[in-house]
Design a binder for this molecule. Structure first.
Ligand code: IDP
Ligand code: MG
Length: 139
């Protein structure tokens, strides 16, 4: 996959609150092209694998419960400098520390329930995209 792609999830809290449309509008108007997208629900095994890097953290159980409690929107996004620019667009993990106008500042409730995921490197963008999509589902 080209390195000008990143992977995102609109997390269960964002879907529950009806924010899919507003968040996708902000993503599109910030210059990202949607390359793949689906509404899906992660199993507990999916969430444990996806977030395996955090398995020793005290919040891991809470994170798995949260990420599996309802549907998410998984998507692959394309833009020059996609990974870094998307992290800027979503803002800090803790919405209290997120910049004004960022997606987390606008839609996140807490450091745990923070509305949206964004890959932190080109390598993780590739791994995370492949976790949710096959090559033929990416346009
Ligand atoms: P990131 O999503 O900004 O990359 P990470 O540190 O990779 O943040 O954490 C992954 C996810 O785990 C966060 O987006 C959030 O949902 C959850 N999380 C991170 N830190 C905490 C915490 O201190 N308490 C509860 N949940 C957390
Ligand atoms: Mg992370």
């Amino acid at each position: 996959m080209a390195t000008n792609r990143t992977f995102t999830m609109l997390k269960p809290d964002a879907v529950e609150k009806g924010h899919i449309g507003a968040i996708l509008e902000q993503i599109n108007s910030s210059g990202f092209r949607i390359v793949a997208m689906k509404l899906t629900q992660m199993t507990q095994d999916d969430a444990r694998i996806f977030y395996a890097v955090h398995k020793e953290r005290p919040f891991f159980g809470e994170l798995v419960e949260y990420m599996t409690r309802g549907p998410i929107v998984a998507a692959v996004l394309e833009k020059e400098n996609a990974v870094e620019d998307f992290r800027t667009l979503i803002g800090a993990t803790n919405p209290d520390e997120a910049a004004e106008g960022t997606i987390r500042k606008k839609y996140a409730a807490s450091i745990g329930e923070n509305a949206v995921h964004g890959s932190d490197s080109n390598e993780n963008a590739r791994i995370e995209s492949a976790f949710h999509f096959s090559g033929r589902e990416m346009f």
